[in-house]
Write a protein that binds this ligand. Sequence first.
Ligand SMILES: Cc1cc2nc3c(=O)[nH]c(=O)nc-3n(C[C@H](O)[C@H](O)[C@H](O)COP(=O)(O)O)c2cc1C
Length: 204
Amino acid sequence: MPNNKPSEKLKVLGIAGSPRHDGNTDNLLRQVIDGASSQGAETKTVILSELNIAPCRHCDGCIKTGKCVVDDDMQWIHADLREFDRIVLASPIFFMGVSAQTKAMIDRCQALWVIKYVLKLPVAINPDKERKGFFVSVGGTKFHNLFQPAMATVKSWFTILDIKYVGELVFSGIDEKEAILRHPTALQDAFEIGQKLASVNKPE
Ligand SMILES: Cc1cc2nc3c(=O)[nH]c(=O)nc-3n(C[C@H](O)[C@H](O)[C@H](O)COP(=O)(O)O)c2cc1C
C-alpha cells in the first residue's frame, strides 16, 4: 500500500526540456504544474536549457558508487528525481526523439541505473511511496507514430527511476511558437492532468 499520509504535501516536479522558452511544451507544462498546485501540491519546475548538464561520458565513474563523477547541475537533479512523488517531463519532438537537453539529462541517469541494477539499492528515497511519471510533448508534423520513439525513451527512463509511467499528453501538428495556445482544449486538458496527478490514491 502506498504510504502517502493525507497531511503530507505531494511533491510534483516539472522538467522543461525545450530550448524554446514559453513555447508549446513550456505552456503545457505550466498548466500541468498549475493544476497540481491547485490541489495543494508542492511544485517545482526546472528548465533544462538554463542548466549546466554535460552529456554522459560513459566513463563508468559511477559504477562502484552510483554517484556521477561529473560535477554539474545533474548532481541536485539526481536528488530531486529520487525524492519527488510526481515527475512531469515535457519535451518537443526533435528528429523523432526528445530534445538534446532532455536526452542529456536522461543519459546522465546512468548513475541511477547503477544504483538500481549494479548496487541493487532502491532509487527512490522513500521506496514505499507511490511515484508516478507523466510525459508531455508536441511535434510540428502529423507523422505516423510521431511520439512512439520518444515515449519508449521516457518509459525506460521512468523505469530506472522506479516511477510508474501513467500516461502522456501529446499534440501533433503544433509547430509555431505558442500554436498550442490556439488549440481548443490543450491547456485545459493539461491543467486537469495536473489536478489528477496531484490527487493521492485516485486512479488516472
Ligand atoms: C531541431 C528540430 C527538430 C525537429 N524535429 C521534428 C520532428 O522530427 N518531427 C516533428 O513533428 N517536429 C519536429 N520539430 C518541430 C518541433 O517539434 C515543434 O516546433 C514544436 O512545436 C516545438 O515545441 P516547443 O515550442 O515546446 O519547443 C523539430 C524542431 C526542431 C527545432
